[in-house]
Structure formats: C-alpha cells, structure tokens
Design a binder for this molecule. Structure first.
Ligand code: PNS
Length: 183
C-alpha cells in the first residue's frame, strides 16, 4: 500500500496473477485461488498457451472450462496469454504472481522460475502458497494419466473437467496419436 497522507493508504497491489497451464484445472488449483481471494481483491487466472508443452486441452478449451467454473465469482478474471509471463503481467496492475507449492520436489522448478521472472521484472514478486493437504498428491499430469487409463478422478477435479476428460479419452486411438497426446 502506498501512503498518501497521514493515516490514509491507497490500495495498490491487491491484484494477484495466478499463471499456469491448467491442463486441466484441478481442485488443488481451485483451493489456492479460493485462499488467495482472502488476501487479494482480485485474482487473474492467466492460462499459458505454451504450445511446446503439447497440452491435452487447447487454450480455448482450458479457457472455457475455467471461465465456466468461475462464472459466479466476480473477483476472479480468467484470461490466456502467449509469450513471457512478465510481459502479460505488465499489462495488468498485478505486482504478485501466485504459485502453489505441493512439496519439496516443486521447489527447484519454482525457485528458478520465480528468480528468472524477478530478473526480467524487478517489480514482480512470486508468492507461494502451500497446497492443502487434501490435494498434495494432485497434479494435472497425474489426473490426465489416471483418466487416460480409465481411473476415477471425481473429487479431485470439478465435474465439468471429469466430463471433458471422458470426452477426450473416448477419441479413437488413431485420432489421439494424430493430435499428438497419446504417444
Ligand atoms: O502450470 P505450469 O505448467 O507449471 O505453469 C508454468 C507457467 C505457465 C507459469 C510458466 O511456464 C510460464 O510462466 N510460462 C510463460 C513463459 C515464461 O514467462 N517463461 C519464463 C519463466 S521461466
């Protein structure tokens, strides 16, 4: 907060960006967002289009899913971005990038990413929130693997995501290979 005159503070920096692939969004992500809303006035969910990761869901599909899930939460904005996160952040009033930390295994990757972002934009801080114990083992990657092999992921992702995963994995194997996410 910036001090304007004695006893008066102007609210700045109460917007957080929550960037990620969200391929797909899980209750682990949603838990972080809900807890962040206790701290920030607004959370911008920024879905990285990152084509190099060959996502299961297209950017448009991920955007639509997340928008639907948060349609009744006005202080959550859902958007997607291409390129560097710092360039996207520069177009917003956010000063904080929010990331969930599940375990020590996440730390190294997160530490490098936060340090790189900080070196690209010294005004951007990364805030880490510990994932709730109920979702420590939940990741988008394992959700996709379990769903692909026919396991149940109910209770770990919203019902909409359960349905979308079922639709995806109903595609014939040849089609799945053609679009590159079944090799
Ligand atoms: O959910 P993920 O895949 O762990 O999210 C990673 C993400 C999207 C936050 C990260 O890859 C990212 O910010 N990508 C945008 C490109 C970028 O800014 N790279 C420099 C940071 S190392």
């Amino acid at each position: 907060m910036a001090k304007e005159k004695k006893g008066e503070y102007r609210d700045v920096g109460k917007i957080a960006i929550y960037p990620g692939s969200f391929d797909p969004i899980t209750y682990g992500h949603i838990d972080i967002i809900e807890r962040a809303l206790e701290i920030f006035d607004k959370v911008i969910i920024a879905i990285a289009e990152n084509a190099e990761k060959r996502p299961l869901f297209s950017a448009e599909e991920r955007l639509q899913m997340v928008k639907t899930i948060f349609k009744d939460t006005p202080n959550v904005i859902v958007d997607s971005f291409k390129g560097l996160l710092v360039d996207y952040v520069a177009k917003t009033n956010a000063k904080v990038s929010l990331r969930g930390l599940r375990a020590t295994s996440d730390f190294e990757y997160e530490f490098h990413m936060a340090s790189m972002n900080r070196s690209l934009n010294t005004h951007l801080d990364t805030l880490f929130m510990m994932t709730s114990k109920d979702y420590f083992f939940v990741s988008s990657r394992t959700i996709k693997e379990v769903a692909r092999l026919g396991g149940g992921v109910e209770g770990l992702v919203p019902d909409l995501v359960v349905r979308r995963l079922k639709e995806k994995f109903k595609l014939p194997v040849a089609k799945r290979k053609q679009i590159g996410w079944d090799d």
